[in-house]
Write a protein that binds this ligand. Structure first.
Ligand code: G4P
Length: 294
């Protein structure tokens, strides 16, 4: 984890819980036909679990690029091509509004077409397809399950709390699929500071444990690199390329009239607002991780 973001509290990722989750996933793989790994389309590589590939191994897999409604369309298209190049099928989805769901179902059927044909030959054509939904916290697992089960077995009630392993939860969808929610809590790649920062920017790490002004300043600098016009446009300010993130944060606070007594700029309020606005895509659809790095 990037030390500069961590305040008093620590994130609850314990080796014991990680080993248990790993074991449980490996065990439960026997219960499913395919794995769907959900990533955040704004940070696909950084929202991956570092060992999932080893655990899942030979199971068929479909990758979901969720939150594609708030990611850069071009960048998402490039990620899809990049995964295809690696023989991975990636489907952009917006679990909030249901976009991409038919494509997801098609990709699952396509990945399992030989098995489905075999079931049909054995007179098992009604056999539901069992999918394990895997993803790190906050990537949109419960939103997706809710979306897929709408009109099916009812609302998915999923709570993700790092360190707390949950019971198996199965959900039935309308279309002959059964979903198994991540057995346990999948941890992110938290030993790489760059990844930690990206997870923090997108809200995958709870803000209470972060220094919000440092986080906002870092996010501002990254956005200035990737989308130089986005901040200027949103806040109608002229920005010199050499300005530091914190200086830009002050300009944003000033522009929005955020002052504390004595005329000083309330940079904490400005930081909270800026991060919220980024996460709500008010600065545009911005992807923070691109194929060729930054
Ligand atoms: P999890 O089960 O993997 O932990 O994730 P969850 O579904 O709880 O989603 C985490 C946050 O991401 C939620 O926002 C959810 O609304 C949002 N989200 C999930 N899928 C999408 C998507 O495709 N697009 C967008 N734009 N957002 C998505 P939240 O702020 O925690 O809650 P709320 O805003 O829904 O109240």
């Amino acid at each position: 984890m990037p030390e500069e973001f961590i305040s008093a509290k620590q994130i609850q990722w314990f080796p014991g819980h990680m080993a248990k989750t790993r074991r449980k996933i490996a065990e439960d793989l026997k219960l499913v036909d395919i794995v769907a790994e959900i990533l955040d389309a704004r940070i696909p590589e950084s929202s991956k679990n570092p060992v999932l590939r080893d655990i899942v191994q030979s199971k068929p897999k479909v990758t979901i690029l969720n939150k594609s409604d708030i990611a850069d369309l071009n960048a998402t298209a490039k990620w899809v091509t990049e995964y295809k190049r690696k023989n991975e099928k990636a489907i952009p989805i917006d679990a909030k509004n249901g976009r991409g769901i038919p494509e997801f179902y098609n990709a699952v059927r396509e990945a399992l077409k030989e098995r489905i044909a075999a079931w049909e030959r054995k007179g098992m054509s009604g056999r539901p397809i069992r999918i394990m939904i895997l993803g790190i916290p906050n990537v949109g697992k419960s939103s997706l399950i809710n979306r897929l089960t709408r009109g099916g077995a009812g609302k998915a009630e999923v709570q993700d709390r790092p360190g707390i392993t949950r019971q198996n939860k199965w959900f039935t969808t309308q279309k002959g699929f059964e979903l198994l929610d991540t057995p346990g809590v999948l941890w992110p790649k938290f030993d790489d500071p760059r990844v930690g920062r990206l997870l923090a920017y997108t809200g995958a790490i709870k803000d209470e444990i972060l220094d919000i002004e440092t986080l906002a300043a870092g996010l501002i600098e990254l956005i200035m690199k990737l989308y130089p016009q986005a901040i200027q446009k949103r806040y109608s300010i002229e920005l010199d390329k050499d300005l530091k993130g914190y200086e830009i944060l002050e300009l944003i606070g000033r522009k929005r009239g955020m002052f504390i007594s004595g005329g000083e700029i309330n940079t904490e309020r400005a930081a909270i607002m800026f991060v919220d606005e980024f996460r709500a895509a008010k600065l545009g659809r911005l992807t923070l991780e691109h194929i060729n790095g930054f």
